[in-house]
Design a protein around this ligand. Structure first.
Ligand code: IMP
Length: 426
């Protein structure tokens, strides 16, 4: 029962989209298991750029089945927008894209609450994408959510919306007496309109995937964000609201854990983060902005400049252990081409003492000092190199050192945006 899970091993934006796209030829189904339209994949195929937020990039491959699992929170307008854009560019989507009827919907009121909650937090804001992710997952946990399947039961929809909206209006009133409240009628009308477009894609995707496993089909389970943004294991509260780690694939798709036989962690050759929260190897000046420029580090979803810093092996090792990683895809190696020296964080120091591992209290990451080991750069272009032996010696040393520090083999190295700018070490 072969399921390969793809997980982000840092704070998201590691380049999962390209790796998923590249591996799609070898699988039957690509299934997304958590997050929502907060994620953004940029995939380049034959020179054309595609930005996808919800639909797995597998859709760009003819004949592949794509699933949006029950663990995803779905913004219907974002989904329909992506479907329409794909159809306009000549892709057939019907009969290949299935959305779980159990997936929860992000309604416009979730975005209103996302923004209001950030305003209430003020200085302590999370820096969310504003896409309504947290409030939609909060409704799910509070049993106030509207699921895709609910859209097709008009007789009970209104009561569900009334229950969901009432507590939100209390919150909005608390923000300010002038705040416009959420209108139940408008929300019901909006949801009813979405039903028309979503009907043909809604399915029992759990059964679809389990039946594929019975038939020995190969599934690629695609996570969004990264392990350090995981609701439980990340830098809480500066995290997203779902399980971005491997475990999320099981709950978010309705497949058995015993089906997973391969976990590929995606690690960028340096580190980035969007939004607020601790980031030990962040470089505010000099090499930070340089990494941002060379790596084009601006959010695919919000366009926000990403915070940049050196590779953090403490994060890498934690993610490898946490996710049961069997191999690593190292991305954006070419971004480091022009750096004479490349520091790698090998430990954290807190109050003069080395920690040796990720602290349980991640709040401490605001206070730790990274302990760096400096590797010599390679001062040569690795862009689009597709053979391991063609890499400069120092680039291979860098890769080998990361493998040693994080404890897993790097079997894929990405050296550019295009599909074939990839080294496979299988
Ligand atoms: P939310 O997921 O919109 O609630 O945002 C929570 C945190 O996760 C913020 O710091 C976001 O910047 C971050 N985040 C959410 N999605 C992504 C992503 O796809 N890449 C990187 N960061 C993300």
């Amino acid at each position: 029962m072969p399921v390969t899970v793809i997980v982000g091993a840092q704070w998201g934006d590691e380049g999962k989209g390209k790796i998923v796209d590249m591996l799609t030829d070898r699988v039957d189904i690509v299934a997304r298991y958590q997050g929502g339209a907060n994620a953004g994949h940029t995939v380049v195929v034959e020179g054309a750029e595609y930005i996808l937020h919800l639909i797995p990039s597998g859709i760009l491959h003819e004949g592949k089945i794509c699933v949006i699992g029950n663990g995803v929170v779905v913004d219907p307008e974002a989904l329909v927008g992506e479907i329409d854009a794909l159809v306009a560019r000549g892709f057939d989507v019907k009969g290949r894209l299935f959305v779980s009827s159990k997936a929860h919907i992000i309604a416009p009121y979730h975005k209103v609450v996302d923004k209001a909650a950030e305003a209430i937090r003020g200085e302590g804001k999370i820096g969310t994408t504003g896409r309504g992710i947290g409030p939609a997952y909060a409704d799910k946990a509070a049993r106030l959510g509207i699921r895709i399947g609910d859209l097709f039961k008009p007789e009970s929809l209104r009561a569900k919306v009334e229950n969901a909206v009432a507590p939100k209006n209390v919150l909005l009133r608390a923000v300010s007496a002038e705040t416009e409240l959420i209108d139940v009628d408008a929300s019901v009308a909006w949801l009813t309109k979405q039903a028309e477009r979503l009907r043909e894609y809604a399915a029992d995707t759990g059964e679809l995937l389990r039946s594929a496993l019975r038939d020995d089909k190969v599934i690629l389970a695609e996570g969004a964000q990264g392990s350090m943004l995981d609701i439980d294991h990340g830098t809480y509260p500066f995290v997203t609201s779902s399980t971005a780690t491997t475990g999320g694939a099981v709950a978010g798709l309705g497949i058995p854990p015993t089906g997973i036989d391969r976990v590929i962690a995606i690690l960028k050759a340096y580190t980035t983060r969007v939004g607020e929260g601790p980031f030990p190897t962040e470089l505010i000046d000099g090499d930070g902005p340089r990494l941002r420029t060379e790596g084009g580090e601006f959010g695919a979803t919000t366009g926000r400049p990403r915070r940049c810093g050196w590779f953090d092996a403490m994060v890498g090792r934690y993610a490898v252990e946490l996710n049961g990683v069997t191999e690593i895809a190292l991305t954006k190696l070419d971004v480091l081409d022009g750096f004479a020296e490349i520091p790698v964080c090998v430990d954290y120091e807190l109050d003069g003492k080395r920690l040796g591992r990720m602290p349980e209290d991640m709040g401490l990451l605001d206070r730790v000092k990274p302990v760096y080991e400096t590797m010599p750069g390679w001062n040569a272009s690795t862009t689009e190199i597709d053979r391991y032996n063609a890499l400069p010696d120092n680039a291979r040393r860098y890769i080998a050192r990361i493998e040693e520090l994080v404890g897993a083999k790097i079997s894929i190295v990405s050296t550019g945006k295009a599909r074939d700018a990839t080294i496979l070490r299988w």
